[in-house]
Design a protein around this ligand. Structure first.
Ligand code: SAM
Length: 311
């Protein structure tokens, strides 16, 4: 089975997500995808064991194939990474040495029109990473209240005309329900017009917003970060690659707050939160792709890596 996904920031992940090569170690890859990052780590650390999680069965099938050379050290499981604590316990693990999250969609998800993630080719308005889930993009567009759609467009797509777009969706679906990606692209063209020079094509942010909502991506991320932090043993590392500012902000704030002994609002005479630092930053600044990687893989351009260590 071919799974054409090039892992982004692979060298940087190998640089910062390190293990003691003299002893066995446990890694959770919460977004296994095609297993590219995991294969590189398993190859580098012969005593490393992996629990690979993905909510997409196609990705899991491809990863199992790719990770076959490491079979004795690999377990894969279908599920959400926000459930990693329970999934780890199910594998007999109550502590791990590393967690990797490379969030977002894989290239095969975007490049397969039948999955409905891309506005560039026509296909069903699906956008589910987990094809056993019940909520699809067309269902959301055809059923959600106008106010909910407006919030999705504003919050997850940062679209200025969110109100107008939500009203247009509701008006159009009473005449003809949304079924195909081309239906939504046509509406974006009508309501939002063409993008100006240097701007993103209009449907890009609309599709992003819907995808985030359909898959509950930001909620997953917040829960996943806490779960990872709870599972890491002292000295274990959490590495997160995100692809847009909404995600990166969540990761940045989580790592910042988790590195502080007090997160009370400024100005209080004494600490009331009782918060204790549980992480320390490994990467002081966000890590992005270098020139060589950018030249070879344009999809690495938005990738942002942050790494922290359990303390
Ligand atoms: C960018 S790809 C990962 C690619 C992988 N690092 C590699 O090297 O091949 C992201 C993957 O994460 C999965 N994913 C996204 N959100 C998830 C979640 N909340 N739980 C489990 N898997 C998730 C997607 O289905 C997709 O396969």
């Amino acid at each position: 089975m071919t799974f054409a996904h090039v892992p982004v920031l692979k060298n940087e992940v190998l640089e910062y997500l390190t293990f003691d090569s003299g002893r066995s170690a446990r890694l959770i890859d919460g977004t296994l995808g095609g297993g590219g990052h995991s294969a590189a780590l398993l190859e580098r650390y012969p005593l490393l064991e992996l629990l690979g999680i993905d909510r997409d069965e196609h990705a899991l099938a491809a990863a199992r194939e790719r990770l076959r050379p490491f079979a004795g050290r690999v377990r894969t499981v279908h599920g959400n990474y926000s459930d990693m604590a329970a999934l780890a316990r199910g594998s007999g693990w109550d502590e791990v040495d590393g967690v990797l999250l490379d969030i977002g969609v894989s290239s095969p998800q975007i490049d397969t029109p039948e999955r409905g993630f891309s506005w560039r080719e026509n296909g069903p308005l699906d956008m589910r990473m987990d094809q056993s889930a019940s909520m699809t993009a067309s269902r959301l567009l055809n059923r959600a209240p106008q106010a909910e759609l407006e919030e999705i467009f504003r919050k997850y797509g940062e679209i200025r005309s969110a109100k107008r777009l939500a009203a247009a969706v509701v008006e159009r679906r009473t005449v003809l329900p949304f079924a195909a990606t081309a239906d939504l692209v046509a509406l974006c063209d009508d309501v939002l017009g063409r993008a100006g020079k240097g701007e993103l094509p209009r449907p890009t942010l609309v599709f992003q917003a819907l995808r985030i909502a359909v898959n509950g991506e930001l909620d997953e991320l917040e829960k996943g970060l806490s779960a990872a932090c709870g599972l890491l043993r002292t000295g274990g590392r959490l590495a997160v690659i995100s692809f847009h500012s909404l995600e990166d902000r969540i990761v940045k704030n989580f790592m910042r707050d988790s590195s502080r002994d007090c997160i009370c609002p400024p100005g209080l005479p004494e600490c009331r939160c009782g918060h204790r630092a549980c992480l320390k930053p490994v990467t002081r600044h966000v890590v992005t792709a270098g020139g060589d990687e950018l030249a070879q893989n344009r999809r690495s351009a938005p990738a942002r890596l942050r790494v922290a260590e359990k303390c």
